[in-house]
Design a protein around this ligand. Structure first.
Ligand code: MD3
Ligand code: FE
Length: 218
């Protein structure tokens, strides 16, 4: 009973906003009020386009498993990185972007000062313990005017927030279930990555971290 009340209270806390750079923000707990809807929608998406490991052009296998939804999905194979309107696994269009993804992305972007964000692509990354994402820039999108919104779910992660050259020093920032990161404008092309996920168990997602990133690809 007291545990339930405590959880209920948590959902009603306003999100805490942490500014990590000029136009980059962590909105702590921002996704929590709609987390049940979000996870249900995610399940529906992943039934249609399952998570899969992908190859990089250099011949490595990514440690995170990926999928997408929306008009455009991101894929990589030996031929290169690109956005595609079709899931290469089943030769069908990617699943539709759920309304709750759009609503959360618009609200989070707006809370960070980016009005009228309408993403047309959503990448879904699933990390088992030990999986990571090396430092990279997100630059496959046609334009860098729109921000990117990312939602962290399940096990915590330490992300690296770097500079504009791979060798620039990076800040390390912990991200927890329900946190949203928004970055755009002058910070849009910063290098970033995810340190290897530590083993653990999350009550809703088990031994995994899922990150969804909402973008305007086209
Ligand atoms: C923005 N995903 O899918 S998102 C990706 O947690 C990707 O799965 C990561 O990078 C993930 O392309 C990170 C959150 C994030 C972290 C660091 C950043 C966004 C950032 C640094 C600079 C700008
Ligand atoms: Fe990225």
């Amino acid at each position: 009973m007291s545990l339930d009340l405590f959880a209920e209270q948590d959902l009603q806390q306003p999100a805490r906003v942490e500014r990590i750079s000029d136009q980059a923000f962590v909105l702590r707990g921002f996704a929590l009020p709609r987390i049940k809807e979000l996870l249900a929608a995610l399940d529906t998406v992943l039934l249609q386009s399952p998570l899969r490991q992908m190859q990089t052009p250099g011949g490595f296998t990514m440690s995170a498993r990926l999928s997408s939804c929306g008009d455009w999905g991101w894929t990589t194979d030996r031929d290169g990185y690109r956005y595609s309107p079709v899931d290469p696994l089943n030769a069908r269009p990617w699943p539709a972007m759920p309304g709750v993804f759009l609503a959360l992305a618009e609200a989070a972007a707006s809370a960070a000062g980016f009005e009228n964000f309408v993403p047309d692509a959503c990448l879904i990354n699933s990390y088992a313990p030990g999986a990571k994402m090396s430092l990279h820039q997100d630059k496959n999108e046609r334009s860098f005017i729109a921000p990117i919104v990312s939602v962290s779910l399940g096990l915590p992660a330490v992300f690296q927030f770097g500079g504009f050259e791979r060798s620039d020093p990076s800040q390390r920032i912990s991200l927890f279930h329900g946190d949203i990161v928004v970055w755009g404008g002058v910070d849009r092309l910063r290098f970033h990555g995810v340190m290897p996920i530590k083993p653990g168990h999350h009550s809703l997602l088990g031994q995994q971290r899922i990150n969804i990133t909402l973008r305007q690809a086209d």
